[in-house]
Design a protein around this ligand. Sequence first.
Ligand SMILES: [Zn+2]
Length: 228
Amino acid sequence: MDADVKALEEQLAEGRGVLSALTEGLKKLGDRLAAERTQLAASDKQRGEAQIDLRTMLTQIEHSREKLNRSRTERESQAAQRELEELRKLVRDREDELTRVETENAGIRASIETVEGEHKRVQEELNAKKDDLESKVAQLEADKNQKGGGRDAIVKRLPPVLYRRYEQLRTKRGTAIAQTTDGTCKACNMALPPQLFHKLRREPLIDQCPSCYRIIYFTPPEPAQKVE
Ligand SMILES: [Zn+2]
């Protein structure tokens, strides 16, 4: 009975471990998403600024062209042409920058999409595992109550000294009970003193293994299977 509850509790602990690993993974993905979204916002801002700059420069180019058309002297004309050249160079630089920012921007968007997909997948796995674990916890509680209810009744019938010894052994060794069939303790595999083994076999009584101190009793060997 206690071994069953222990096995269920171990299963539960393992489930909780998986769950906390998934939660941690999810948090890392969430952090990465937040960082990349911040990066994207900065990139969007840079792109917007470059676009505004470009429009302003194109308007300035229009003005320079008009100035060139209106110029009456060679000097005026040359000055307007130089201005136009300067502006065209600035426009080319800004256009290059815009291309670079847009490439970077597309990269960040693609990465965000990938991470979002991964985040969604882990979230779904976590939800499924959580449901699974919750039903296991409910099952364990039900089992414990059922087994525990029966257990309480059994404990009341045991001599207190024996029950205390049982609980001490269970805490220390995991299991408190051992059987013997052939003169060795099935828990620790040590040979029992012959007199003890004879006594256990002859009378329906319990004693303690002198090696591991588990509560020990005799079980007859399995009857040999009849071969047909
Ligand atoms: Zn033993």
